[in-house]
Design a protein around this ligand. Structure first.
Ligand SMILES: [Zn+2]
Length: 287
């Protein structure tokens, strides 16, 4: 039963396909990345806490069952879960937003979501999907503010910028902020999931141009701290092991790793696009 559940999560949800599902619910040590930016997620489902004197901002609620892990991580760092004032997400897939309703209930946080993903969040993922297979549904949550590309969210002297990096979902959001004087980039997702239709997609006609926009934006951002919606994007466990060695360096500062990751993901996207275009040219169905 548990195995079946894990398999269905792999098949149906938003994934970096290299990620192992056991890493999604596995606790990971909470740590301060830089300045007032902290990691409070599991081994692979990334959640970030931005702390300020006027309350905190949390990025990604993950699954409903992730919420106690996130709460413990926040408290391990010496902060109060109830001080979370604003909840944000990377995109409207269950592994980043299914726990939102519970977090809002427990903290009273306001929920800000990129406009193009807000309907999916409010109807629990029931929006007509571009995927042939349906993906995991989740508890709906009411959105307090629908965000536009470039919109700034400021709390207690810290400003986060919502960058629309669409394709993976229409409202996929990459968050940027200054943390400890460094440029932090939290990538929303540049990945093409199994089953995504990139050519002649009736439900999401602009998907290919959206992916192009996503890569254009990601390549344009100034980066010191390379972060993302999954720990696997930026080799979190390996970097955290180096982080524990107190030599004064910060392994999360990795502009070269960021560049390599974005280029690798763009190549993967272009390869899949070419494969689907070839099928179409040959008059074959796109499975
Ligand atoms: Zn996803």
């Amino acid at each position: 039963m548990r195995l079946a559940l894990l398999l269905s999560l792999v098949l149906l949800s938003c994934i970096d396909t290299s990620a192992q599902p056991s890493s999604w619910m596995e606790p990971f040590p909470a740590h301060t990345i830089a300045g007032n930016l902290h990691y409070v997620g599991s081994t692979d489902l990334a959640s970030y806490l931005v702390t300020t004197p006027e309350g905190h901002i949390l990025i990604n609620s993950s699954f409903d069952d992730s919420v106690p892990l996130i709460r413990k991580s926040v408290e391990d760092l010496g902060f109060k879960f109830g001080d979370i004032k604003v909840l944000l997400i990377s995109h409207a897939h269950s592994d980043h937003c299914a726990g939102s309703a519970r977090i809002i209930r427990e903290t009273g946080a306001k929920y800000f979501v990129m406009d193009q993903d807000a309907d999916a969040v409010e109807n629990g993922g029931a929006t007509k999907s571009r995927l042939k297979a349906s993906y995991t549904r989740f508890t709906p949550a009411r959105v307090d503010r629908r965000l536009k590309d470039g919109e700034e969210i400021t709390l207690g002297g810290t400003t986060l910028v919502a960058r629309l990096t669409p394709g993976h979902t229409p409202g996929c959001t990459t968050w940027t902020l200054k943390a400890g004087g460094l440029d932090a980039v939290i990538i929303g997702s540049p990945n093409v999931n199994p089953g995504y239709i990139l050519v002649n997609n009736q439900d999401y006609p602009g998907i290919a141009s959206d992916y192009e926009r996503c890569f254009r934006v990601l390549k344009s951002l100034p980066v010191d701290l390379f972060l993302g919606a999954h720990g696997g994007y930026y080799d979190l466990p390996a970097k955290h092991r180096r982080f524990l060695v107190a030599d004064g360096s910060n392994p999360f500062v990795d502009p070269e790793g960021y560049k390599r990751y974005v280029e690798d993901r763009e190549t993967a996207y272009l390869t899949e696009l070419a494969r689907q275009q070839k099928l179409k040219a040959a008059g074959q169905p796109n499975p």
